[in-house]
Design a protein around this ligand. Structure first.
Ligand SMILES: Cc1cc2nc3c(=O)[nH]c(=O)nc-3n(C[C@H](O)[C@H](O)[C@H](O)COP(=O)(O)O)c2cc1C
Length: 178
């Protein structure tokens, strides 16, 4: 039997809903595939910080603006907001292990990771598909996330590579990588 969210009926997701419905909500929305980025910056003492993000989007061309949604629980978010600059590292297909390690709170995410600072000091991860350097433009709280909008300062395509994709809780290249 189909789970309710797979049926053609309309379901209202309550603001406070049971865990089972929450899980169905996640499963249904995992059918929307995306690229994967790691947003990096530096914290108060200059140490590199970063988190894996799938909600990245281009927003505007004139002026050039991009954005992403970060959970209020993210430990990286305060550093990004405090610094006011960040780098969007668009991940290449080969970087699925990085995407996993930067999705863990509290880990030493940069151990063994090759990177160089951009003009604002934000880490550019080696071998990324693209680097987008940004200055914080707008931040607004929506539900349990913050929308973070950045004005694009620099756009660099360092190497020719294929992108990393995420769909139904799995990483893919243009072919599946599992
Ligand atoms: C493919 C993928 C996409 C993700 N997208 C987002 C996202 O858009 N926003 C978000 O807040 N967390 C997202 N996460 C989860 C964060 O990476 C994860 O919560 C991470 O622990 C945050 O680290 P922090 O607490 O050190 O900031 C994603 C994780 C994965 C694996």
């Amino acid at each position: 039997m189909d789970t309710p969210l797979r049926s053609s009926r309309t379901h209202v997701i309550e603001a406070t809903c049971p865990d089972a419905v929450r899980e169905q909500y996640r499963t249904a929305l995992s059918h929307f595939g995306s690229g994967v980025v790691i947003v990096t910056s530096t914290d108060d003492d200059g140490s590199p910080i970063g988190m894996t993000v799938g909600s990245f989007s281009s927003i505007s061309m004139e002026p050039p603006l991009v954005g992403f949604f970060a959970a209020h629980t993210s430990t990286t978010l305060p550093g990004i907001l405090g610094r006011g600059t960040f780098c969007v590292n668009v991940l290449a297909e080969s970087q699925h292990a990085l995407a996993r390690s930067f999705a863990r709170t509290g880990a030493d995410k940069f151990a063994g990771v090759e990177w160089t600072p951009d003009a604002a000091g934000s880490p550019r991860l080696a071998d990324a598909h693209a680097w987008i350097g940004c200055t914080l433009d707008v931040r607004t709280s929506i539900g349990d996330h913050d929308l973070v909008v950045g004005a694009v300062d620099t756009l660099v395509i360092p190497t020719e590579s294929d992108p990393l994709l995420f769909h139904r809780s799995m990483f893919h290249g243009l072919r599946p990588t599992r």
